[in-house]
Design a binder for this molecule. Sequence first.
Ligand code: SAM
Length: 260
Amino acid sequence: MSTKKANIYSVLAHLYDTLMEDVDYEMWADFIDEVILTHHPKPDEVLELACGTGAISLNLARFDEYHLTATDQSLAMIQEGRRKAKVNQLDVEFRTMDFRNIHSDHPFDIIFSVFDSVNYLHSKEEIMDMLMGCYKILNPGGLLIFDFSTPQNSLEAVDYLNNEEGMAGKYRYFRESRYEPDTHFHFNEFDIEELGEDRKTVINRYKEVHKQRIYTLQEMLSIVEQTPYHQVAAYEGFDLIPANDKSTRVTMVLRWQKQQ
Ligand SMILES: C[S@@+](CC[C@H](N)C(=O)[O-])C[C@H]1O[C@@H](n2cnc3c(N)ncnc32)[C@H](O)[C@@H]1O
């Protein structure tokens, strides 16, 4: 049986929540909420980019009054988000959107993206497209909040990510992970098997190759400097403390200000 090359998060979408079952999304949503409320007086319209299956927006919808729109490039991830919103009767509007081509028929007070999604942007030009796309649909004074992972994170994580395997429902996966320090690219290759009713016979084989560009804090700061945003903060991990060159994950907070 030949292996079908699949788009990222098309087949993995069926396994994603199992893959992430140890991630504390409630804590992460609390952190994003804390960042929002620390820096914005009256947020109303909130947009999530690269929301995956919607864990953060769905958590925010439990407690907050925000009007939430959650977007992702992958239709399969969005469909799973919609399903969870319906089951849990949570008010989040899900739609597909590529964050290299941001568009909306109404503006937002807050736009955010978490969990290394921005690392799927492979160049400074793609980061600029995302930043300026958000700039166009943010209200004056609105915030763009996004995290990215650094080389430090890849160096620490690659060993435990490599050779990982698992199963969810009728899908089984095997992951190979490698980081290339010279190019700053991190590859995660997922071999995914779809099993038959007996949960033994393999009926389809897929491969998803995930390529992420890993950015240093200094690289990201120098990109942001070329935009009209005011740089409010760069936070380390999940605390409101400043990031530094050793941080593994950095959360950037940028404020829309008038272009000079
Ligand atoms: C590591 S997952 C994170 C998902 C979610 N933020 C979470 O915390 O679970 C990365 C997400 O980025 C999305 N993504 C990758 N490239 C994208 C693009 N160009 N536009 C929008 N979403 C993208 C993927 O579909 C995937 O859902």
